[in-house]
Design a protein around this ligand. Structure first.
Ligand SMILES: N[C@@H](CCC(=O)N[C@@H](CS)C(=O)NCC(=O)O)C(=O)O
Length: 409
């Protein structure tokens, strides 16, 4: 009685999956021996090269996944007997190994940069897909006129490992090939029944997390636009209030503006974070970060949401009791949001606004020296307000002036 082959690997697809597919396609029963990481340390030294997968077959242990793949292919008639065809299959499967190694260096490197990931997606992957596409041409199989292990190796890469299925979409012949292979009855049965691995679950969670991140990013961008409009309006309202002598109301408008600018700065950082997460999430396990990122985003979205009414800004100019109550309420709330440095900045902004308004009312200084004119009998005098503005010391002058209601310009 022959003993079933045993394929030992971790509980994942990785380097064992093409070998499993060979067993599936050949309809051969085998022991799909999946070990947990915790037991690996005690087993490692018993393996030919201290690595997995290892195929225990016909009384020998065959390590090195490519060797195991070929052994199984030969044994189960998925390796052509013609040496040229066999060599061509080897060439293709080694090329798949090359691209897989490049990809796995990237996916297992938590420090891989965006530029490296983009290079894989935009250059490396399309280049290799072009090679495979050219080798396949319009044929049914890569080599000869029946399915070989090269077809299985390529199918495995396109189906399970590619990482960017959207790039594959630009190669219709490879897409057809992948679909044809996936529809082969024995392979299809394996695909439908194979264990769901942590990585395959992660992919669907990743898709979901990506979607959540994108929705939040778009919402933040939208809110940012609205808040910018509100901020613009607050500046106008502050000016109007100043012009009407309502210094306190102008100050509230500027405090609100300051608080909202801080929120915007926070959302800028958050947007960068979201962009970063969306582009890297495929490559790393960042579920916790995604969760935390979304939580922070939701808090800021709620804060932004409360700040988005342009109408509420106009209330700052109103004199009704209701409006005054509202203004008091806002002032109190902002008191807890802004610290001393913020308050100084807001006061400075109010003073700058005030100086600007005064300067706007001053006649423009002549750009050229006055042409000598006949001396008039009466001495020329500047308008009273401009004269005092011009002679007052900068800070104390401004402070003294704002005690007085300003006349609307
Ligand atoms: N060239 C080898 C590489 C094998 C390899 O890197 N195996 C990894 C899993 S994919 C492994 O055993 N890692 C655990 C370890 O090295 O301790 C092959 O193709 O089989």
């Amino acid at each position: 009685m022959s003993i079933k082959p045993r394929l030992t690997y971790f509980d994942g697809r990785g380097r064992a999956e093409p070998i499993r597919m060979i067993f599936a396609e050949a309809g051969v029963e085998y022991d799909d021996h999946r070990i947990q990481r915790e037991t690996w340390a005690s087993m490692k030294s018993t393996m030919p090269f201290g690595q997995l997968p290892v195929l225990h077959i016909d009384g020998v242990d065959i390590a090195q996944s490519m060797a195991a793949l070929r052994y199984a292919a030969r044994k189960y008639d998925l390796m052509p007997t013609d040496p040229i065809q066999a060599g061509t299959c080897d060439m293709i499967s080694e090329a798949i190994e090359d691209i897989t190694v490049q990809l796995s260096r990237l996916t297992h490197n938590p420090n891989a940069t965006d530029a490296e990931k983009a290079k894989y997606k935009d250059e490396t992957l399309p280049t290799w897909l072009r090679y495979f596409d050219a080798l396949l041409g319009s044929k049914q199989y890569l080599v000869g006129d029946s399915c070989t292990y090269a077809d299985i190796a390529l199918f495995n890469f396109l189906h399970d490992s590619i990482h960017h299925p959207e790039v594959l979409e630009t190669f219709p012949r490879l897409v057809d090939f992948k679909n044809r292979m996936a529809a082969r009855p024995k392979l299809a049965a394996w695909l439908a029944s194979r264990p769901v691995t942590r990585r395959s679950v992660e992919i669907s969670q990743v898709d979901r997390a990506k979607l959540d991140l994108k929705v939040q990013r778009d919402q933040l961008t939208h809110y940012q636009k609205r808040i910018n409009e509100v901020i613009e309006r607050e500046t106008t309202v502050a000016r109007t209030c100043m012009a009407q002598g309502k210094r306190r109301n102008a100050l509230i408008a500027l405090k609100k503006k300051r608080w909202q600018e801080q929120l915007l700065a926070k959302t800028d950082g958050m947007l960068m974070n979201l962009h970063q997460m969306i582009s890297t999430i495929e490559f790393t396990e960042i579920e916790k970060q995604v969760f935390d990122g979304l939580k922070q985003g939701t808090t800021v979205l709620q804060q932004l949401n409360r700040e988005m009414s342009v109408e509420a800004v106009d209330e700052l100019m109103a004199d009704t009791q209701e409006a005054i109550d509202k203004q008091n309420e806002i002032e109190q709330a902002l008191g807890t949001q802004l610290d001393e440095a913020d308050m100084e900045a807001v006061t400075a902004e109010l003073e700058a606004l005030e100086s600007q308004m005064i300067a706007d009312r001053l006649p423009a200084a002549p750009e050229s020296a006055p042409v000598s004119a006949p001396v008039s009998a009466a001495p020329l005098s500047a308008p009273a307000s401009a004269a005092s503005a011009a002679t007052e010391p900068a800070v104390s002058g401004r402070r003294a002036r704002v005690e007085q209601p300003l006349v609307a310009a």
